[in-house]
Design a protein around this ligand. Structure first.
Ligand SMILES: [Zn+2]
Length: 108
């Protein structure tokens, strides 16, 4: 029997977060998302927007992706919103989402 990837069936992102001691919000599509965008991180608004047009598995990965953009903004990494930032986050976010999914986000 083939191993199947564990599925997240009802996961939803938290509506608020504290990132680097600042309050952030996670909201649905604000109208700013084009059809080909699943999420966006608005650092100047401390907001992550995620479209509702996703399976929960996709939503977790999109959330992690945008969360990494948010965190990146607080680092000393120099290439904010650069192609390098996007490339690195695209490489990391599916793996981090898989760790969270596999461990049911229970770290404490
Ligand atoms: Zn991105």
């Amino acid at each position: 029997m083939a191993k199947t990837r564990p599925r997240v069936t009802s996961w939803q992102p938290p509506p608020t977060l504290v990132i680097a001691e600042q309050a952030w919000v996670v909201e649905g599509d604000s109208g700013a998302l084009s059809d080909d965008l699943y999420g966006i991180c608005q650092r100047d608004q401390n907001a992550i927007y995620l479209t509702n047009r996703m399976h929960p598995d996709q939503k977790l990965e999109a959330f992690v992706h945008e969360l990494l953009h948010a965190v990146w903004g607080y680092t000393s990494l120099p290439e904010k919103f650069s192609e390098a930032e996007e490339e690195i986050i695209r490489a990391l976010s599916p793996h981090l989402a898989a760790v969270l999914r596999r461990n049911k986000m229970r770290f404490w």
